[in-house]
Write a protein that binds this ligand. Structure first.
Ligand SMILES: [Zn+2]
Length: 444
């Protein structure tokens, strides 16, 4: 029995059902789970003094393309819209292999961890030169983050009217075969699972209608989740109407892509009927505000989604369309954008943090994560509010208005991943060096 006591936190934001906030409180972790929350707790195990700190559930990232950390701020894609941006990057990604996938995933996940994230999904939809989903799963396991990798796919190349070059697409039968392989090899459905696999054709414009439908059938057969990009921008809606004769929501519904086992990234352009469809069916949304800003896609109707009962989580999105991979920054951007559209009282700092924690966990069907309650997983972010970013704050728990953007400590399943602001599980400076060497090689 291993115990860790986090003692005397200025505030614990529990995100429990009553959204309780406890002052001067303690949190006892035991064997990967939260054992107790309260005052005056004791242990014979390890003790962390959390005075001067705010404690929150670990943040949950519901959308990313970790491999893209190797193509941040590529000059030809810096100022492009989505489709033009993709066309710039596809030929570079076509030169990736297993080593690039592993290293870029470690960088992306480490960056997330430093920003308070304990559970991340990933959407890997291209597998050049022998790259496999296994490469990113190995990266997450070594770093120690809870991981929901999704086996993505593209099957319609340029010669068939698609966007990606033919070298980056796969035969649909091969895609389904590998989906079955990775689910069998890595998916763990148990409570407290450190790895759950999802199935995730890249987007309606990069695979066939048949693959969308077959993937949904396979996911239901295996009991795994479904994920893709949907309704990201105006071009996306126009493509759907021209190619499929309907809006994205209708397309998703027709092919079995709605339900509590489905979550869609972006959904910037969902209309009222589509929001109702998502609410009615329990379909989740990964909101990626910085990526949406960066690509000029628009502002997702998060306020309306939440008001109508849609499960919304946050996504950093791929580092090539966000460049920055900080999840706490996404949470702040969420509240800022909703205020731009709906006014200053449209979203509080606490609600945005709730979306970033509990909200994301609910999108990923992880009621065992995203809230600090006895029996839930010990995924904990500890924020030092004694420094300059909180100096003068009258409400340090309003972290997203004034507060640090990196954690002091981070625990996943009771294991310490960040210690005193540094990654504790891998040699991060060495990985950064490797990543930079790889980026230079790709640029030449
Ligand atoms: Zn994406």
């Amino acid at each position: 029995m291993t115990e860790i006591l986090i003692r005397n936190a200025d505030v614990i934001l529990t995100m429990n059902d009553a959204r309780e906030e406890l002052t001067g409180a303690d949190l006892l972790l035991r064997d990967g789970k939260i054992a107790q929350i309260g005052h005056g707790l004791t242990t014979n195990g390890e003790i962390h003094d959390a005075s001067g700190c705010v404690v929150t559930p670990g943040l949950v990232n519901t959308h990313h393309h970790l491999y893209q950390t190797l193509t941040r701020a590529v000059p030809g894609g810096q100022d492009a819209l989505l489709f033009g941006w993709l066309k710039t990057l596809y030929p570079i990604w076509a030169r990736f292999g297993p080593d690039q996938m592993f290293t870029s995933a470690q960088i992306g996940l480490a960056e997330l961890a430093l920003s308070g994230c304990t559970l991340s999904s990933d959407h890997l939809y291209l597998y050049p030169n022998g790259a496999r989903l296994d490469d990113t799963i190995a990266a997450a396991a070594e770093l120690g983050l809870r991981f929901h990798p999704t086996r993505g796919a593209m099957s319609i190349g340029e010669s068939n009217g698609g966007l990606p070059p033919d070298s980056l697409v796969e035969a649909e039968q091969d895609i389904l075969t590998d989906m079955i392989r990775v689910v069998a090899a890595f998916h763990d459905s148990a409570e407290g699972s450190m790895c759950r696999v999802g199935l995730a054709p890249c987007s309606p414009f990069s695979v066939s209608r048949e693959l969308m439908r077959d993937t949904a059938l396979l996911a239901r057969d295996k009991g795994v989740m479904l994920h893709t990009h949907l309704a990201e921008n105006d071009e996306d809606i126009a493509y759907s109407q021209a190619q499929f004769g309907c809006r994205p929501g209708q397309y998703a519904e027709d092919l079995g892509w709605t339900g509590s086992d489905v979550w869609h990234a972006h959904c910037v352009k969902l209309d009222g009927a589509e929001i109702d469809l998502f609410a009615r069916t329990g379909t989740g949304v990964a909101h990626c505000p910085c990526s949406n800003c960066r690509l000029g896609s628009g502002i997702a109707p998060v306020r309306a989604m939440r008001d109508r009962g849609v499960n919304v989580g946050l996504g950093a999105d791929g580092s090539a369309s966000n460049d920055n991979g900080s999840l706490i920054t996404e949470a702040r951007q969420t509240l800022l954008l909703q205020r731009v559209v709906n006014g200053a009282d449209a979203m509080s700092a606490r609600e945005a943090l709730e979306i970033a924690t509990r909200g994301g966990a609910d999108v990923l069907n992880r009621p065992d994560c995203g809230r600090l309650m006895p029996g839930k997983r010990a995924d904990i972010a500890i924020w030092d509010v004694s420094g300059i970013s909180s100096a003068g704050s009258w409400d340090p728990a309003a972290l997203l208005l004034a507060g640090p953007t990196q954690v002091k400590h981070l625990f996943v399943e009771s294991r310490q991943i960040v210690r005193d602001g540094a990654i504790a599980t891998i040699d991060l400076p060495r990985v950064v060096e490797t990543q930079n060497r790889m980026a230079r090689a790709l640029a030449n």
